[in-house]
Design a protein around this ligand. Structure first.
Ligand SMILES: *Cc1c(COP(=O)(O)O)cnc(C)c1O
Length: 378
């Protein structure tokens, strides 16, 4: 088979989504399925929708457009503040966008009026992680200015934590966000349809308490795909952590000294790999590099150790095992490695479709997205 390749088991991803949708529903929290790590792959979006997410979220309008072009009609949210230069596309293809700037809302309004559309807006609130958001003390004034912008519907507020600075989305932060929602509702006399608490890092907290708060939505990507809580990097109970794997091919396998020799300066990527170790070991080179993955984000079987990578070579030590040239090694990926693997044109993506859910025939594994496949299910 073609290598390197990313093998995506959409049945496991369906199951992961289902487990999370069901357990969060019991807490009155809906799930928006986030597809950005897969560049808006329509087959992924369909698996998430089949498992009960209320809509799709993606950070890039190009991905949303790709899903629309593939015939997905579900509600779509742009979960990054729109670029002013893209407002026409945002209004055309996304139902909702996350926003923090009045100038952008005004630009969205002009775009919406041109095409006689309405556009839903969720205002992001800065809660301490210092990525996007309106400062809480500025929120009232912002809403006052934003609520009568033509063709713009203020439908909710939200927060994003644990991304830029690892600030925990704990119950204090969630009750703060809930209070802000209630404050806006009493001040302005409207009802906020969406109070979206955060991303995969919010799952554990949402399932373990805080039932009284107003949070009614989470946007989930990483937990669905990797089965991990990004805050602790621990597996989430009941989820598959092996839905996605990366397979690479061996192009050299030789016993070599563990330590380099010669005058040592900088290597291609900065630090010089100083090894004090003595003796020889089987060193294996895979046809895969930094252009395709983040080498720190790969995990192989226990006897396989990633030593480093250059642009196009991944060097691994295989202990006492000698792997044949032409053989394959399978890795798990963390989120950073996954992002790069998906965007690398050198990595083939193979998707095995969910079972028993209106799947097209003869396509247990399909490696190419044909228009037909994309339209067949669900
Ligand atoms: C990426 C992103 C998410 C999803 O994050 P995961 O950790 O993958 O669940 C949610 N909200 C926003 C605003 C994002 O940018």
């Amino acid at each position: 088979m073609t290598a390197p390749r990313l093998e995506v088991d959409l049945e496991k991803i369906f199951q992961n989504t289902s487990v999370l949708v069901t357990s969060l529903r019991a807490r009155n929290i809906s799930v928006t399925g986030v597809t950005k790590a897969f560049m808006g792959e329509p087959r992924l979006a369909r698996a998430l929708l089949a498992a009960g997410v209320i809509g799709i979220g993606d950070s890039r309008i190009e991905n949303i457009e790709a899903m629309r072009a593939a015939g997905i009609t579900a509600p779509m949210t742009l979960i990054r503040s729109p670029m002013q230069s893209q407002v026409d596309r945002v209004v055309e293809h996304a139902d909702i966008s996350f926003n923090t700037e009045l100038d952008v809302l005004n630009a969205l309004s002009i775009a919406a009026r041109k095409t006689r559309k309405r556009h839903g807006v969720v205002l992001m609130v800065e809660m301490g992680d210092l990525r996007e958001g309106i400062m809480p003390e500025d929120l009232e004034q912002f809403v006052r200015a934003a609520r009568h912008i033509p063709n713009i519907d203020l439908i909710g507020i939200g927060a994003n934590l644990a991304c830029q600075n690892g600030v925990s989305p704990d119950s204090e932060k969630m009750s703060e966000l809930s209070h802000l929602a209630e404050f806006l509702e009493t001040t302005f006399g409207f009802v906020l349809e969406i109070v979206t608490g955060g991303n995969s890092s919010n799952i554990q907290g949402s399932l373990s308490g805080g039932e009284k708060d107003r949070i009614n939505n989470l946007r989930l990507g990483e937990a669905i795909l990797l089965g991990l809580d990004p805050f602790s990097r621990q597996p989430i109970e009941g989820l598959f952590t092996n839905a996605i794997s990366l397979v690479a091919e061996v192009i050299e396998a030789k016993a070599k000294p563990l330590a380099p020799w010669g005058n040592i300066g900088q290597s291609a990527f900065g630090k010089s790999p100083v090894s004090e170790r003595e003796g020889n070991a089987f060193q294996t080179i895979l046809a895969l590099g930094r252009q395709d993955i983040d080498p720190d984000g790969l995990t192989g079987t226990p006897e396989i150790k990633v030593l480093g990578a250059s642009s196009d070579h991944l060097i691994v030590e295989t202990g006492s095992r000698r792997l044949a040239v032409g053989s394959e090694i399978t890795f798990k990926l963390n989120y950073s490695a996954l992002l790069r693997a998906v965007t690398s044109p050198f990595i083939t993506k193979t998707y095995s479709l969910p079972k028993n859910r209106r799947i097209p025939e003869n396509s247990e594994v399909c490696t190419h997205r044909t228009a037909e496949e994309l339209h067949k299910w669900p």
